[in-house]
Design a protein around this ligand. Structure first.
Ligand code: AMP
Length: 415
């Protein structure tokens, strides 16, 4: 018996449709905000992520699906969407176009993580990236877009915000942090992080490390005046849009490329996997990946977790839909031709493919949860009129076959 690989899932039609709705809503929202879709390959050269995500991040150190292809190239299934978008931005010289340049993506990412509720090895993200705008309004627009998505879906989330400053601010902060943490009781990972990438200690989940951090210096006390001003304006911009947030100076996020603003949307409904999405500013990444210095800010939302929250906006009520065309010989061929014509006109129609009797066909109409059953036999073709049964109420009405497509299209529950 074959099974899906660990940490991956099949989406059966009902759930697949929910994912499709989540994607459609994301695409529609992105369009309203002026973002164009950018589709990049599912795999990239490994160096892109090593460089673009950061060698000492969990993603690059432990979580990548990396393989060598038949041409001896090292490729990696994309673990995140920002580095590929930046690669495309540079490769296609999109920086020569009008600024800011705004893109969105929606698709699967791959991370070799320990699977658990809300944590998968193939996960889905909706993300946006905004290039070419250094000011706080860009941060606010991106954060607001994510917030807007949750609002439209009817999902509760909390926005948590921080600023991790610029390289200059972090020099002073890192020194203070390292001297505060040196000699404290922390996990093995954090002891080595302290030397290589001390900010990473801030998002360790280990109890000992969290305790050690309790009275540690906070980055927001080390911001240089321009970074402080930027942060203040982001907060003011969000307040101006009535978007509530809290500041958490421990929020540094797991990737190396952020500067200034970092943020996360959290939920209280999913236990320890409480992050629904997040993002931040990454002004140095375009240059790091070979393009001209270009400020940028973006976000990624975790679609799997959002779907787990049963967004009210996706609730279809499990209602009946479409039409079952009940056929009978010798008129079945003509009825089938009519079914195809109706489908071309946009009406969802099913009919019997197993030579069942009329009674059995009604039963199938019910089992396939059709809203309507339309009976087409020789008499109906002859008279040009047919009986339509409402499968919910059992009510029947006569339809004119000459205008049946329009009449059906006007009925509730057909689409
Ligand atoms: P990140 O940029 O890593 O913070 O990812 C953005 C969002 O994607 C997270 O807030 C999660 O909602 C989601 N996410 C990340 N990793 C996984 C995973 N392994 N399984 C499911 N969702 C994930």
């Amino acid at each position: 018996m074959f099974r899906v690989p660990r940490g991956t899932r099949d989406f059966l039609p009902e759930q697949a449709e929910r994912f499709r709705s989540l994607e459609n809503l994301a695409a529609d929202l992105a369009r309203r905000y002026g973002y164009g879709e950018l589709r990049t390959p599912i795999f990239e050269y490994t160096e892109l992520f090593e460089r673009g995500v950061g060698e000492s991040t969990d993603i690059v150190e432990k979580e990548m699906y990396t393989f060598t292809d038949r041409g001896e190239r090292s490729l990696t299934l994309r673990p995140e969407g920002t580095a590929p978008v930046v690669r495309a931005f540079v490769e296609h010289k999109l920086y020569t176009g009008p600024m800011p340049a705004k893109y969105y993506y929606f698709g699967p990412m791959f991370r070799y993580e320990k699977p658990q509720a809300g944590r998968f090895r193939q996960l889905w993200q909706f993300g946006v990236e905004l290039f070419g705008a250094p000011g706080p309004r860009a941060d606010v627009e991106v954060i607001a877009l994510g917030w807007h998505y949750f609002r439209e879906l009817g999902v509760e989330s909390r926005l948590v915000l921080n600023s991790i400053g610029c390289v200059q601010c972090r020099i002073g902060y890192k020194e203070a942090l390292v001297s505060f943490l040196t000699g404290r009781d922390m996990c093995r990972d954090c002891c080595s992080r302290l030397e290589r990438n001390p900010l990473r200690v801030l998002d360790c989940k280990n109890d000992g490390c969290r305790a050690a951090l309790e009275s540690a210096p906070v980055i927001t006390d080390y911001l240089c005046p321009p970074c402080r001003e930027h942060f203040d304006q982001v907060k003011a911009g969000l307040a101006g849009l009535n978007i509530p947030f809290t500041v958490d100076p421990l929020l540094v996020r797991g990737l190396d490329y952020y500067n200034r603003t970092t943020f996360e949307y959290k939920t209280d409904a999913l236990g320890s996997q409480d992050a629904l999405g997040g993002g931040g500013r990454y002004d140095g990444l375009v240059e790091l990946l070979g393009g001209p210095g270009t400020p940028a800010v973006g976000l990624a939302l975790g679609i799997d977790r959002i779907e787990m929250l049963n967004p009210p906006a996706l609730d279809t009520g499990g209602g009946r839909r479409g039409v079952w065309l009940v056929t009978m010989e010798p008129a079945a061929a003509e009825a089938i031709a009519l079914a195809h014509e109706l489908r071309r006109k946009g009406v969802p129609v099913q009919y019997d493919l197993l030579a069942r009797g009329v009674k059995a066909q009604f039963k199938q109409a019910d089992r396939h949860r059709c809203r309507w059953a339309l009976v087409i036999g020789p008499d109906e073709l002859e008279s040009g009129r047919a009986v339509l049964r409402d499968m919910e109420s059992g009510d029947q009405q006569q339809l004119n076959l000459a205008t049946v497509a329009d009449e059906l299209a006007a009925l509730e529950g057909v689409k």
